[in-house]
Design a protein around this ligand. Structure first.
Ligand SMILES: CC(C)(COP(=O)(O)OP(=O)(O)OC[C@H]1O[C@@H](n2cnc3c(N)ncnc32)[C@H](O)[C@@H]1OP(=O)(O)O)[C@@H](O)C(=O)NCCC(=O)NCCS
Length: 141
């Protein structure tokens, strides 16, 4: 695989937002530019991207460790590059970084209609658990 994984760089911004849009990860209530800006202020090293060749951005994952659990967000592989192990490589990479920080467990939220992501994470050894997810917006985008 000629794809390498590295930390996000500000110059990647437009390619990242375009990938998230085409992968169906953006929502009207989340401004992706503000999400990137916020991530650059907190554990920016856990925002990983997959690069094909010199500069084609073909994958992303955004990790975070809150001192109790590690969390994954914004996992995406470009449609042209799916099924080649890039999603797996991104998850393995960010898991390795979380483990290096002493993180005992990594978890994530998947929207109920996203069967593809459920299949992908099951293949990575992630086990579903029952919880009632809830949240409260503190800053409106
Ligand atoms: C989920 C996603 C990142 C997977 O990326 P990928 O680079 O194609 O993943 P990999 O090639 O590493 O796949 C590894 C394994 O996961 C499983 N898998 C991947 N996509 C799958 C799908 N749509 N349905 C079921 N299983 C899947 C397969 O077992 C696959 O192994 P195989 O190719 O040997 O069969 C990609 O489909 C994507 O970007 N989806 C849209 C965005 C999204 O839903 N992100 C998750 C948000 S929670």
């Amino acid at each position: 695989m000629s794809v390498r994984i590295r930390a996000f760089d500000l110059a990647d911004t437009e390619q990242v937002v375009s990938l998230w849009r085409s992968a169906g990860l953006t929502r009207p209530w989340n401004d992706p530019y503000r999400d990137i800006e916020r991530k650059l202020a907190v554990q920016p090293e856990l925002f990983r991207v997959a690069i094909d060749g010199d500069d084609a951005l073909v994958g992303t994952v955004m990790g975070g460790y809150d001192g109790h659990r590690g969390w994954l967000y914004y996992l995406a592989t470009a449609q042209t590059h799916r099924g080649r192990g890039i999603g797996t490589a991104l998850v393995v990479d960010v898991e390795r970084m979380l483990l290096g920080m002493g993180c005992p467990k990594v978890q994530l939220m998947v929207r109920p209609d996203n069967a593809g992501a459920r299949g992908f994470y099951a293949a990575q050894g992630y086990e579903p658990f029952d919880t009632w997810a809830t949240g409260k917006r503190l800053i409106g985008d």
